[in-house]
Design a protein around this ligand. Structure first.
Ligand SMILES: O=C(O)COP(=O)(O)O
Ligand SMILES: [Mg+2]
Length: 216
């Protein structure tokens, strides 16, 4: 049995289209043009506050007041339809079911706020696979600080385990936590696989069980 923790955005689910839709609402309310899906995707990974800051940075917007207003509009639009355009990557449910059947314990550790993360996973029928879902607002610290990941392993009753993610934030989090990092290569990373130096990588969830079996 192993404890296996998963990142959410860009790892289990392709959530960029709903994030793009919600950010567009916030930008349009400020009279700014919407950004492309590719640009928005590149802003995901450090939580919603950083996402909005990055969008402001390329939209000639500044100031804490604007940030607070945009963040509130973004979250209202996102909360209204959290999984409208969001889908699990192919094979995710089957892979999670297989890992559970093999006796592994699963959790999620994401920088996305916890309530909406839980709502999305529930609406995609993925929530029952996880013993805990640690969101970016559970602790004062967010990934790449190792504490959220430590919290997820602790919830599984394990001192450590495997961490599966898609980005440089996840690679750094795993390194800081001393956990082996497994990279899903089709997510939202901006660095090469070599730069992220995972212990293993996969581009199809059908391949995850073999990787886990080799390391447990
Ligand atoms: O909210 C984000 O920016 C990213 O979330 P993630 O940690 O699930 O990739
Ligand atoms: Mg991610």
């Amino acid at each position: 049995m192993a404890a296996i923790v998963f990142d959410l955005d860009g790892t289990l689910i392709d959530s960029a289209p709903d994030i793009h839709r919600s950010l567009s609402v916030a930008l349009e309310a400020e009279g700014r043009p919407v950004l492309t899906l590719d640009v928005v995707r590149s802003f995901i990974g450090n939580g919603v506050a950083v996402l909005v800051r990055r969008a402001m940075g390329v939209s000639d917007l500044a100031g804490d007041e604007v940030h607070a207003r945009m963040l509130a509009r973004f979250m209202a639009a996102y909360d209204a339809a959290p999984a409208d355009l969001t889908r699990p990557y192919p094979g995710v449910a089957e892979a999670l079911a297989g890992l559970k059947a093999a006796g592994h314990k699963l959790a999620v550790c994401t920088n996305k706020p916890e309530a909406i993360s839980r709502a999305i996973l529930a609406s995609l029928n993925l929530a029952p696979f996880f013993d805990d879902i640690v969101g970016g607002d559970r602790l004062p610290e967010r990934k790449p600080d190792p504490r959220p990941l430590h919290t997820a392993f602790a919830a599984l009753g394990a001192p450590t385990g495997l961490y599966v993610g898609d980005s440089e934030v996840d690679a750094e989090t795993a390194r800081a936590a001393g956990a082996p990092f497994i990279l899903f290569t089709r997510g939202y990373r901006s660095k090469s696989v070599a730069e992220l130096a995972p212990v293993a990588s996969f581009d199809d969830f059908a391949g995850l069980a073999t990787i886990v079996a080799a390391r447990t």
